[in-house]
Design a protein around this ligand. Structure first.
Ligand code: MG
Length: 213
């Protein structure tokens, strides 16, 4: 086995919430007569820190107060609707396969800690993870600091973990914490953007088998 540990991103990687997130942003824009974005536009502009993404969709004078209010507005609708959405279609199968091979797994997410724990439990997959690492706020700025802490807690050395995510930030985090990375093209950023990261880009989670086994 090439890796001791698999680090999973949650949103857009294990959890299929891309359509939900684009839809919520369209509701936010519509309430302000700011037009709308297509799913393709969404995947072209979504970014970390999320604050930059809000600016990219048209909030050019984004101060702390407006960013906070938009974050609250977003997360309220997200929480109300999230259970209408499900796991990525191959998530369960690949989690089981990795688990059966004796490789440990954790989640490293920009989602807030308690909601992350809650939703992972909701889908009955907590048993697959050694640790669930979310943020202590709703602003989704960066996973780098949490990633460093997680790697330390897990006692992993450079090259022993594989990070699986759906954004360029996941690759950035992996580089910072000494993990390899693979990016999934069906998440929050377009394949055209992900390819620029010069790491493997896959179109479904089962393709991971060739990188892990
Ligand atoms: Mg993600």
């Amino acid at each position: 086995m090439k890796y001791k540990h698999i680090l999973w991103d949650w949103n857009g990687t294990l959890f299929d919430d891309v359509v939900l997130c684009a839809d919520i942003m369209n509701n936010i824009l519509r309430r302000r007569n700011m037009g709308k974005i297509s799913l393709e536009d969404y995947k072209t502009v979504f970014d970390f820190p999320v604050r930059n993404y809000y600016e990219a969709v048209g909030f050019s004078n984004l101060d702390d107060k407006l960013f906070h209010d938009l974050s609250v507005e977003f997360i309220e609708e997200y929480e109300a609707r999230k259970l209408d959405f499900g796991l990525n279609k191959d998530a369960l199968e690949i989690l089981q396969k990795i688990n059966s091979a004796g490789i440990e797994q954790s989640v490293l997410s920009a989602y807030s800690q308690h909601t992350l724990e809650e939703i992972v439990e909701h889908f009955g997959i907590s048993k697959y993870f050694v640790r669930l690492a979310g943020l202590d706020n709703i602003y989704a700025a960066s996973k780098i600091e949490n990633g460093k802490l997680l790697i330390k807690k897990l006692g992993l050395n450079s090259g022993e973990a594989l990070m699986i995510g759906d954004t360029l930030h996941d690759k950035e985090v992996a580089d910072e914490i000494g993990a390899d990375s693979v990016l999934l093209s069906t998440g929050h950023q377009s394949k055209e953007r992900l390819i620029k990261a010069a790491v493997p880009v896959i179109d479904n989670l089962l393709e991971l088998e060739k990188f892990i086994f």
